[in-house]
Design a protein around this ligand. Structure first.
Ligand SMILES: [Zn+2]
Length: 78
């Protein structure tokens, strides 16, 4: 990473760094465990695969899913 990121805290989304993160959409929907690439946030795990354009994102929370063993294999399961 080129700079220090704030982890585990919602921050207003302006632009992303390539790091695992949760996102909160402009309609309030929270999607966990995504990874941004080429202007889209891709769901990393679970049955339902997300593909969210960055224009839909209001807030972002960087998380160290794998380093901290936070991933349960289906982070968006209700
Ligand atoms: Zn996960």
């Amino acid at each position: 990473m080129s700079r220090n990121l704030t982890y585990d805290e919602w921050i207003p989304f302006t632009q992303y760094e390539k790091n695992e993160c949760d996102i909160k959409l402009k309609d309030g929907t929270i999607i966990k465990h995504t990874y941004p690439n080429a202007g889209y946030f891709n769901g990393c795990c679970g049955k339902q695969r997300y593909y969210i354009h960055e224009n839909e994102v209001a807030e972002i929370m960087y998380r160290k899913y794998y380093v901290n063993d936070l991933c349960n294999g289906d982070c968006n399961k209700k």
